[in-house]
Design a protein around this ligand. Structure first.
Ligand code: PMP
Length: 452
């Protein structure tokens, strides 16, 4: 076995972790993951636990998906890299694009623009949205709308539309012209509204009010997650996203669905937009597109946008944007194999069935543990519990107690993710009922320990 303490020391002195205070790496060393099989990960200290996080919402097919591994190895052998900038392309990315066109046909999305990950996809969509209006001669449409609690990655554009202060404050000033609408977050909202449908209506009204205040002709796009993920898994009422779609259409505002988490079956539907019966104008994807085995992403584009770009004769539609790794052949090969496995295994169906078990299990835990203020889920394998030290006042749990839940759960057999007062669950979509029970019983142990 590798020397765990020595590795932890080296980790602290040689790298910084995302979303972590650098001093924390020594004070509270992270688990050093050394191998993984199926839906289980193993660390350097000999723990083997069920992955309740699914990597980072991306390892939908688990860690042993051989067809994806084989496709990567094969592609590395044949063509490890070539760019898709003007003048060249590669056969793997063409094949993938045709497959994605098929997959996204019900969402009305027919073109792909490739990226290296979720933040890149968001940035791409925001930039293409501005360009779309400029090509049409609607130069004044430059602003962006988004939801409070929304998470759209970490680039300057994404951070500007993010709706959580943690990802913004230390990086200001951000992009001007970005405005945030209250999220349909039933447990806490400025309207004190506990009925999800009424709350959705109030948030839609707030969106309309903001558009009227800014002037519709100044707004390029609204970006939103179909189910808010990193902000604490907040599923809206079913009327919400169709309502947003309607308001955007009426006001000439593009709707960008950020489906970096929700795009490949996580919600129980193949995409989050389809889950709510909505067709967006662009969709940002990444993560599960390659099952997390290769950094890759895509923005999928609807015909309405395609037509404006492709019929342009002024030159304004020349895309002055792209990444060295846009359309990377190894990523494309991984994505192709991944898509085939995703469809063959019908992982969306397992996500719906196991997600229902997980949600029911969490509701049962709420009966037992006073610490659970709110349980959210019911739409595939994305669930969260919000922890409070006092249910009546909804006081968020302190950081230390939240850490106890996570640590004890880990030692009891499952890794879960704490984010503020929320424990977020987003396991691989191929897990079994038994795996769900391991996650629930580990959480149970964690909550028990924190209560003491
Ligand atoms: N959008 C959403 C909805 C996300 O959840 C994330 C990452 N969790 C991103 C964008 C950013 O993706 P990445 O970390 O791959 O840049």
């Amino acid at each position: 076995m590798k020397d765990s303490n020595f590795l932890k020391e080296k980790n602290a002195r040689s790298l910084w972790h995302p979303m972590t205070h650098p001093a924390d790496s020594l004070a509270n060393p992270p688990a050093i993951i050394t191998s993984a099989q199926g839906v289980r990960i193993s660390d350097v200290d000999g723990h083997e636990v069920v992955d309740g996080v699914g990597g980072l919402w991306n390892v939908n097919l688990g860690f042993s998906c051989q067809p994806v591994k084989d496709a990567i190895a094969r592609q590395l052998d044949v063509l490890p890299y070539y760019s898709t900038f003007r003048g060249t392309t590669n056969d793997a990315v063409i094949e993938l694009s045709e497959e994605l066109r098929d997959f996204y046909e019900p969402d009305g999305l027919t073109r792909a623009f490739y990226t290296s990950g979720g933040s890149d996809s968001v940035e791409t969509a925001l930039r293409l949205a501005r360009q779309y209006h400029k090509i049409r001669g609607d130069e004044g449409r430059t602003k962006f709308l988004s939801l409070k609690k929304g998470y759209h990655g970490t680039h300057m554009g994404g951070a500007s539309v993010n709706g959580n202060a943690n990802f913004r404050t230390q990086y200001e000033p951000l992009l001007p012209g970005c405005f945030h609408i209250p999220a349909p977050y039933t447990y806490r909202n400025p309207f004190n509204e506990t009925d999800p449908e009424k709350l959705a209506a109030l948030c839609l009204q707030a969106l309309q009010d903001e558009i009227a205040f800014q002037g519709a002709g100044t707004i390029a796009a609204m970006i939103m997650e179909p189910i808010l993920g990193a902000g604490g898994v907040i599923p809206p009422h079913e009327s919400f996203m169709p309502g947003v779609r309607d308001i955007c259409t009426k006001n000439g505002i593009l709707l960008i669905a950020d489906e970096v988490i929700t795009a490949f079956g996580r919600t129980g539907s193949w995409t989050g937009s389809r889950h709510w019966g909505v067709q967006p104008d662009m969709m940002a994807t990444a993560k599960a597109i390659t099952n997390g085995y290769f950094p890759f992403g895509a923005v999928m584009i609807a015909d309405k946008v395609v037509e404006v770009f492709e019929s342009d004769t002024s030159g304004k539609a020349a895309i002055g944007h792209g990444y060295t790794y846009s359309g990377h052949p190894v990523g494309a090969a991984a994505a192709l194999a991944c898509l085939a496995e995703t469809k063959r295994l019908k992982v969306n169906e397992n996500a719906a069935a196991r997600g229902a078990e997980m949600y029911a299990g969490l509701l049962a835990l709420q009966e037992k543990h006073e610490l659970i203020g709110d349980v959210r889920g019911g739409h595939g394998l994305m669930c969260a519990i919000e922890l409070v030290s006092d249910r009546a006042s909804k006081t968020p749990i302190d950081k230390k107690s939240g850490g106890v839940v996570q640590d004890v759960a880990y030692r009891s057999g499952a890794i879960v993710r704490i984010s503020g007062p929320n424990i977020i669950l987003s396991p691989p979509l191929v897990l079994t009922s038994e795996d769900v029970q391991v996650i629930l019983s580990s959480l149970d142990a964690g909550l028990e320990a924190a209560a003491q």
